[in-house]
Design a protein around this ligand. Structure first.
Ligand code: FMN
Length: 171
């Protein structure tokens, strides 16, 4: 299985990245850092079609079987950077239908990193519902936390490892 982590934090080397790096060590997935991309919000007139979204999603559907979305918790939700990317998946249902068809059958999972040990109820639902809507296989969600920009706690490391293992074993 070839997997990619689509990482959407407002800082490339912050807390979510610590969690992502543990998964990269374990899974040997590739990484796409959305902070390095120029991806505009969804536009009904598709005037942003020349930005980085189409090349990025095209590469993803050509090269990978599994997308693992990684996001910090910002205001009880996924980050704005990642939400923009999600909204732009609508392009694949309108002007880029061939890409949309290739998403079908792929797998999707998600991981979050917050300050609080828990997320609000339903945090994972946009990921699960979007996977279902797109005909993708939903492989689950893990919430992690880091206090005061510290190192990743052992309990969190163990949970990440178990989650990573489940992604490999439960294809
Ligand atoms: C704009 C903003 C909003 C936040 N909202 C929440 C929140 O709702 N719940 C929470 O647990 N932590 C919240 N936090 C804390 C971050 O989720 C936490 O510090 C996370 O580990 C940051 O990851 P990052 O370094 O990749 O941005 C917020 C942080 C920021 C900057």
């Amino acid at each position: 299985m070839r997997g990619v982590i689509i990482f959407g934090s407002s800082r490339s080397h912050g807390n979510t990245r610590k969690v992502v790096d543990l998964l990269l060590d374990q899974l040997k997935f590739d990484l796409i850092d959305l902070k390095e991309k120029n991806i505009a919000p969804f536009d009904y007139d598709f005037k942003n079609s020349e930005d980085d979204f189409i090349p990025t999603i095209s590469e993803v559907v050509e090269k990978y079987d599994l997308i693992l979305f990684a996001t910090p918790v910002y205001w009880y939700s996924m980050s704005g950077i990642l939400k923009n990317f999600f909204d732009r998946i609508s392009d694949c249902l309108k002007t880029e239908k061939e890409i949309g068809r290739k998403l079908r059958g792929m797998s999707l999972a998600a991981i979050s990193c917050g300050y609080d040990q828990q997320t609000v109820a339903g945090f994972h639902e946009p990921f699960e519902y979007s996977a279902n809507y797109l005909g993708m296989k939903y492989k689950g969600f893990l919430h992690t936390w880091i206090k005061d920009d510290a190192e990743v706690e052992v309990e969190v490391k163990t949970a990440i490892h178990t989650f990573g293992k489940s992604l490999i074993e439960n294809q």
